[in-house]
Ligand binder design. Sequence first.
Ligand code: PAN
Ligand code: ZN
Length: 189
Amino acid sequence: MQTKNAAVEPFSLEIDIESGILKNATNHLVRRASDMRGHYADGAALERLIAGENDPLHYEVFEVPVSEERGHLMYCISKLQPGRVGEECFMTKGHYHADAGTAEIYLCLRGRGFMAMKTTEGAWAAQEMSRGRMVYVPPFWAHRSINTGDEPLISFCVYPGEAGHNYGDIEQEGFPRRIYLRQGRVVIT
Ligand code: PAN
Ligand code: ZN
């Protein structure tokens, strides 16, 4: 039985909830529109966005990583910009966890949107995200966040240290439904 994890002293951190910044983050992942090719229904609209707006920022992840092993909890701030590709709302790539049987909690700190989730068996679900709302992503569910609002969608995410990320499988499968903003109304098709 494992009784000791990699030595980490107790620590605390500050999160700027309004700006969605994890202070003193040592990992800062940036995804721009050009990183999202293949993810939106209207690829031409994405190319127009990349060319016309100088490849705008799409989303960021701020982390102060701990050891990626069982027993620890990974956590981060996810900050997804508002915007549309055609009428489709900006979203993250989405992934299964590499250790697929690991769950995740998203606590939404700011903004509005949805967490879209699916299983390899084809089940699909969407849960609303808004300030103070928590979404539970069960084991074996791929997940992606989608910003339907007009300000950044900011969440604090927590998941098991050993979870890892698997982007390939969901990229192949795709999510079965998409979320659009049409005449100011959210449309899920
Ligand atoms: C989140 C996501 C973050 C970015 O921290 O990694 O929102 O989304 P993608 O990873 O889909 O690009 C998480 O779910 N971690 O497990
Ligand atoms: Zn995840």
